[in-house]
Design a protein around this ligand. Structure first.
Ligand code: ADP
Length: 551
């Protein structure tokens, strides 16, 4: 049986009041607490003191008419239509119409009134009132959600969005803590935003490895609108997560998924969770609170998606800008670096053309050699530029395999010694034999060849070049040390950027791309490269690579 409903009978006839009371107490579907008033003033007073769910109003009262009563009641109450059933005499239909116009919900003709018609009319008023109440609540909730959504979407910065959202949702739901939990690839996750009432410990930044969320791994995508992750209100959780809640004194919690909408390329994605905690007392979450929370999570998910799209667009723009800078640098380098060898080629070719018959064979060969050498130099510059662009723009270049580094470097050193000739002495020092290394052969060759050829090129008077290989449990290190011209201190910070050349290179040829390529290759191995140098004394480049970066 539902709660008893409150009913007020306003009628000066004692007999009639008794009849209505008798009829209504016999209603099998409702029970009523009934108050009676024999005058309009008393009725209004009672209603003001405690508004009834239904009022049975006699039209003819000694102190005022039923219509006047309705006007006074309308002033007193916000509710429309008024929960009033007007009781009129026979032939008073015109008055009844007036009553309905002034806000009454129904009327009954006293002469025709019986138990069933009264019960039916009262029930219908109650149903109408409930529907009105629900409608008002829904409208109010929609208004709150719209306002909150507006606040949340005011910013396009993810951090700001999450901060505003937790604060707004906490105010709206009225709980001790609201947090946003973001999933990582492996479904561990971190509390990335939080609004917490004073007196309760903050969970911001907390990372959780083993929670009940993991059980949803592999089922996180949604089919149609149906999500396989349910909202969880005070659900039973893994012991680990329960301990965590205990640690933060959580007595009741509510969890809803944050789902990013499907795009043409991808299905919906579980981005994270919106979570409410009640710490001060236990709390039974009401269905409309859960619904509100759910709707707010949808708004938040939309805002997150917008922020992510904006961030992606910004990134693409940045990339485009980089590409534009790169293109203009290419034009500058091409015009600068190509002019010198081209001038030599043109001069040699023109000499050969005009004086071919008069030149001796060795001289002709020298001109031809010069043309070939300069053409190769230009071709290698084009190769370098293409490689830098590929490495900077496309990470799929990295194809690691197991490599025996000792043998790998021994072979490369032999090649280098042949290129360096007599002027430089190449020394190979091995401090340990790294086992289980995974790397990309082509990229490692680039790293080694660039560092070694620079060491030779930038020590024009010859000298020792030391290559050293070391390793620890997790990393391998190798260094290339020369006794050459060194790099001025103030120029070291940007020496790894494309087209960057130090001021002391004088006429030594180069494009400023080798170190950029080297750095990109090292970073594809998740490694790092540093340098130590002293002007006029020499330079050492040190490369550190994780042992199994590619596995
Ligand atoms: P390039 O040698 O074609 O100019 P790199 O990118 O390989 O281009 O090197 C960039 C600059 O770094 C060089 O121009 C030079 O100024 C400096 N550099 C690189 N390696 C050495 C080295 N071993 N000794 C002295 N300077 C070096």
């Amino acid at each position: 049986m539902p709660h008893p409903q409150s009913l007020l009978i306003v009628d000066d006839c004692r007999e009639d009041r008794k009849i209505y009371r008798r009829y209504l107490t016999k209603d099998p579907r409702h029970s009523y607490t009934i108050a009676e008033a024999q005058s309009a003033e008393l009725g209004l007073e009672l209603y003001q003191h405690s508004p009834s769910d239904v009022v049975l109003l006699d039209f003819c009262l000694p102190d005022m008419s039923g219509l006047e009563f309705l006007d006074r009641l309308a002033e007193q109450s916000q509710q429309r239509p008024l929960p009033v059933i007007m009781l009129t005499g026979q032939g008073d239909e015109a008055i009844a119409v007036q009553a309905i116009k002034r806000g009454a919900q129904d009327y009954l003709v006293k002469g025709n009134l019986n138990r069933d018609s009264l019960q039916l009319a009262v029930r219908s008023v109650l149903r109408q009132s409930t529907l009105h109440h629900q409608l008002n609540q829904t409208l109010e909730r929609q208004r709150l959600i719209a306002m909150t959504a507006l606040q949340i979407r005011r910013s396009l910065e993810l951090e700001e969005i999450l901060r505003t959202a937790t604060l707004q949702v906490q105010n709206l739901v009225g709980c001790d803590r609201v947090l946003v939990y973001q999933f990582a690839e492996d479904y561990s996750g971190t509390v990335v935003a939080e609004s917490v009432a004073s007196g309760w410990t903050s969970t911001l930044g907390l990372t959780i490895q083993d929670t009940y969320f993991q059980q949803y791994q592999g089922r996180v995508y949604c089919e149609g609108d149906e999500c396989t992750i349910p909202s969880v209100a005070n659900a039973s959780l893994s012991p680990c997560y329960r301990n965590l809640l205990k640690q933060f004194e959580v007595q009741a919690h509510l969890v809803v998924p944050l789902l990013l909408n499907a795009t043409e390329q991808e299905p919906s994605k579980l981005w994270g969770l919106l979570i409410a905690h009640q710490c001060s007392c236990d709390r039974e979450w009401q269905p409309d609170e859960i619904d509100l929370f759910r709707q707010l999570s949808v708004q938040l998910a939309i805002a997150i998606q917008q922020a992510e799209l904006l961030a992606q667009t910004k990134l693409a723009l940045e990339k485009q800008k980089e590409l534009n800078v790169f293109k203009s640098q290419i034009i500058a380098t091409v015009s600068h670096e190509y002019r010198t060898p081209l001038t030599s080629i043109l001069a040699a070719a023109s000499t050969l053309k005009h004086y071919h018959d008069r030149l001796e064979a060795p001289k002709r060969d020298r001109f031809l050699q010069l043309i070939e050498q300069k053409a190769r130099q230009m071709s290698s510059l084009v190769d370098d530029m293409l490689l830098v662009q590929e490495l900077e723009l496309d990470r799929s270049q990295f194809k690691p395999i197991p490599i025996d580094l000792l043998q790998f470097f021994a072979d490369l050193l032999e090649e280098q010694q042949a290129i360096a000739g007599e002027t430089h002495q190449i020394i190979y020092r091995i401090s340990s034999n790294p086992k289980g290394f995974w790397g990309d052969r082509g990229l490692l060759r680039q790293i080694f060849n660039n560092l070694m050829s620079n060491a030779v090129k930038y020590s024009p008077h010859g000298g020792k070049i030391e290559f050293q290989l070391m390793s620890s449990d997790l990393q391998v290190y190798f260094s290339v040390k020369d006794q050459g011209i060194g790099i001025p201190l103030e120029e070291r910070s940007h020496i790894f950027q494309s087209f960057s050349r130090a001021s002391n290179v004088e006429t030594l040829p180069g494009s400023g791309l080798g170190l950029a390529i080297t750095k990109a290759c090292v970073e594809l191995h998740s490694g790092s490269i540093t340098l130590e140098s002293q002007e006029g004394q020499g330079t050492t480049f040190i490369v550190t690579l994780p042992l199994t970066s590619g596995r």
